[in-house]
Design a protein around this ligand. Structure first.
Ligand SMILES: *Cc1c(COP(=O)(O)O)cnc(C)c1O
Length: 456
């Protein structure tokens, strides 16, 4: 195919959109380790998960065998309102960098939640509705997940209760109001509405909260109310399954033009967008059909893959959730207060963790001033104001494109642009004022945090 014929934006037709999600676990030789009951330390039986999660989602969580799972028509219909998301050739960025590399990004920020999170929110709300439940509870940090879930719940006429990390609740009042506009109730966490919240407040009066605390509260709220279940926006196998829509669309669009990427780059918080983007490519790699360089990018201030340990850990601070085997910094780890760039979860998806552990992908950590510098470069030439989280991937894509400039290699780089940064202007303001600082945790900081790992 003539290079000049590749358009700025590659769209799929409606009839070219994926009708099934791809479950990469089916092709993994080493499966992700099972979730354990935090009390008995034995693998969780599906019945034990029933008070917490919807039945169909439990089945998806535990399904290591089926490579393809049908996307229900109702979800396909919702996807059609904002998908396919564009795969964009970053011609302007290439020109700015004067690189021979060919750069593409898959843009997931084109919906009101401003991120890829709607892809899983709509699936989780659908299965809850189908089971006849009244509503769902969840946590949100920066607010994208809470927003996505409130949109999905309002679409299916379900109640949505969001525990929002207190510091974000106070710093991001507009995010909160978007959720309320879609009908969700939003409680700052830790709160007095749950036992675990009261306990955390007793132990740490004045705390501004963490994702781990908010998860504990949301789980308790779900199990204490008739007709409610808990839903999570990242980390879990089921979420990576739903997010495979990102990778499937990307691959279909590239295949349409006969383009084979050399390198696939994604930012990694809990690992869901990265896991979803890479899944079909990783599947080819696992089956020995193709090879790709795959890079996870995380903040230097919350470096679970590059400096964490691969071990069973709690998914939450209150230690009420199942144990997951993953790369973790310890469930008590909280990134330094100057950290503005998102991706602050202490652990990593068990699927991504296993793939990384098996040497099938790489990980890099980047410092936040370098991340915002990349965000600014990108915004000025490509127009989109990226989320700080997404900008981790932009940083490494730019670094790799600059390496190509040195070597003259015409590599094809694909990265995930997970969302927009309109609600992150306080962080951008810090960067613009030259007040942003970097903090890399010391070995002693990290050692203290992993000392809290459970013995299994
Ligand atoms: C939540 C979020 C992320 C990180 O979550 P993952 O589960 O690691 O994908 C990245 N980018 C944006 C815009 C987000 O909202």
């Amino acid at each position: 195919m003539n290079e000049n014929k590749i358009p700025y934006k590659i769209y799929l037709e409606e009839n070219e959109m994926p009708k099934q999600w791809y479950n990469v676990r089916a092709d993994m030789k080493n499966k992700p380790a099972p979730l354990l009951n935090p009390g008995t330390k034995k693998p969780l039986a599906p019945e034990e998960l029933k008070p917490i999660f919807c039945d169909e989602l439990i089945a998806q969580e535990l399904n290591n065998d089926d490579a393809y799972i049908d996307i229900p028509t109702e979800i396909q219909d919702f996807y059609k309102m904002y998908r396919p998301s564009p795969l964009v050739r970053a011609y302007c960025l290439e020109k700015k960098l004067q690189t021979p590399a060919k750069i593409y990004y898959k843009f997931e920020g084109n919906n009101t939640s401003g991120s890829h999170k709607l892809n899983s929110a709509i699936a989780q709300a659908y299965y809850a509705k189908k089971q006849g439940l009244k509503g769902v509870t969840t946590e949100t940090g920066a607010g994208q997940w809470g927003t996505a879930l409130s949109m999905a719940c309002s679409y299916f006429d379900m109640d949505c209760q969001v525990y929002m990390v207190k510091v974000s609740y106070e710093q991001k009042p507009f995010r909160r109001e978007v959720m309320r506009t879609y009908g969700a109730s939003v409680t700052p966490s830790p709160s007095n509405t749950t036992e675990v919240g009261k306990e955390i407040l007793r132990q740490h009066p004045g705390t501004t909260g963490s994702l781990g605390c908010a998860i504990s509260e949301a789980v308790e709220a779900a199990t204490k109310q008739e007709g409610y279940r808990y839903v999570l926006g990242s980390v879990l196998n089921q979420v990576l399954l739903h997010q495979s829509i990102i990778g499937l669309e990307t691959k279909a669009a590239l295949d349409k033009y006969g383009i084979k990427p050399d390198m696939i780059i994604g930012c990694a918080g809990g690992g869901s967008n990265l896991g979803g983007l890479i899944s079909p490519f990783m599947g080819e790699k696992l089956r020995g059909e193709a090879d790709y360089q795959i890079i996870a990018v995380e903040p230097a201030s919350c470096p679970s893959l590059t400096r964490g340990v691969f071990a069973y850990d709690f998914c939450d601070t209150g230690m009420v959730c199942p144990l997951a085997k993953m790369y973790t910094l310890g469930s008590g780890f909280i990134p330094s207060a100057n950290h503005a760039g998102g991706l602050r979860y202490h652990g990593m998806s068990p699927i991504v963790s296993q793939l990384y552990h098996d040497g099938l992908m790489e990980a890099r950590s980047v410092e936040q001033t370098a991340v915002f510098e990349a965000a600014e470069t990108f915004a000025r030439v490509e127009g989109i104001l990226p989320a700080p989280e997404s900008s981790h991937a932009i940083r490494v894509a730019i670094d790799e494109a600059l390496k190509c400039k040195e070597t003259g290699e015409e590599k094809t780089i694909v990265f995930g642009l997970t969302g927009t940064g309109y609600f992150d202007m306080v962080a951008y303001e810090k960067y613009n004022n030259g007040e942003m600082t970097d903090y890399i945790p010391t070995d002693a900081d990290l050692k203290a945090a992993v000392a809290t790992l459970p013995t299994v």
